[in-house]
Design a protein around this ligand. Structure first.
Ligand code: HEM
Length: 188
C-alpha cells in the first residue's frame, strides 16, 4: 500500500490540526465532569485550532482550501448515493460529502467552544465573557448551559457519522484514508 501512496495531499498543518483536535475533544470529554481547568484548557485549544484551520482553509495549499472541497449539496448527495452502491468516484482531496461534514464539524466545534466559554462565565464567573453576560436572568443562564450540553452531544453524533463515513469511503475506494491523514500521502 505504501508504495502506491505517492502524492502528498495533506500538508503538515492539516494533519497536525486533525490529530490535535481529536486529542483536545477526547480530553474535553473525559474531563467534563470533574476537572474544570483541564476541560476549559481543552475548550480554548479547540477554539484556537478551529480558528487556525479556518484561516488555512482560505490561504493554505490547494487541498486544504474550502474552495477545493466544498461543492454544491447535490454533488454531496450523489456521492453518498454512489457510495452505498459502491460506485462513487474517488477524490484525491476530501470528497463532496466529506466537505459538508467537515464544515459541520468545524461549525459545531466552534459553537461548543463558544458556548463553553459562556457557560464558564455564567456558572463559574470567570473567563472572557463574564462582563458581557453578567446581567442574564436565571432562565437565560440555564439556557446557555443546556445549549453547551446539547451542542457537545450533537458533536459526538457527528463524530460517529464522520468515522463511519471515513471507514465506508476507505472500504469502497480500497484505500487507507486514516493512514493518509497520518502520513499526508495518497495513491495516485
Ligand atoms: C474528535 C473526533 C474527530 C473530529 C472532530 C474530526 C474532525 C475532522 C475534520 C475537521 C476533518 C477535516 C480535516 C481537514 O481538512 O482539516 C477530518 C478529516 C478526517 N478525519 Fe477526522 N475527526 C475526528 C476523529 C477522527 C477519527 C477517530 C478518525 C479515524 C478513525 C478520523 C479520520 C479522518 C480522516 C481519514 C479524514 C480525512 C477524510 C478524507 O479523506 O476526506 N477522524 N476529521
Amino acid at each position: 500500500m505504501s508504495s502506491q501512496q505517492n502524492i502528498k495531499i495533506w500538508d503538515a498543518l492539516v494533519r497536525s490540526f486533525h490529530w490535535f483536535v481529536v486529542l483536545a475533544v477526547l480530553v474535553a470529554w473525559l474531563s467534563a465532569d470533574d476537572y474544570l481547568e483541564i476541560h476549559t484548557f481543552a475548550g480554548y485549544a479547540i477554539f484556537f485550532l478551529v480558528g487556525l484551520r479556518i484561516l488555512w482553509g482560505i490561504i493554505g495549499p490547494t487541498h486544504a482550501r474550502f474552495h477545493d472541497f466544498v461543492k454544491p449539496p447535490t454533488q454531496a448527495g450523489s456521492y453518498l448515493f454512489g457510495l452505498i452502491q459502491s460506485k462513487a468516484p474517488r477524490f484525491l482531496g476530501h470528497n463532496p460529502a466529506a466537505g459538508w461534514m467537515i464544515l459541520l464539524l468545524l461549525t459545531v466545534l466552534l459553537l461548543v467552544a463558544i458556548s463553553g466559554v459562556a457557560t464558564l462565565a455564567v456558572e463559574e464567573h470567570t473567563g472572557p465573557l463574564v462582563q458581557a453576560l453578567s446581567g442574564l436572568s436565571h432562565a437565560q443562564r440555564e439556557w446557555i448551559e443546556e445549549a453547551h450540553e446539547f451542542l457537545a452531544n450533537l458533536l459526538l453524533g457527528l463524530i460517529a457519522l464522520h468515522i463511519a463515513g471515513v471507514l465506508l469511503s476507505s472500504l469502497v475506494h480500497r484505500e487507507n484514508l486514516i493512514m493518509s491523514m497520518i502520513t499526508g500521502y495518497k495513491r495516485q
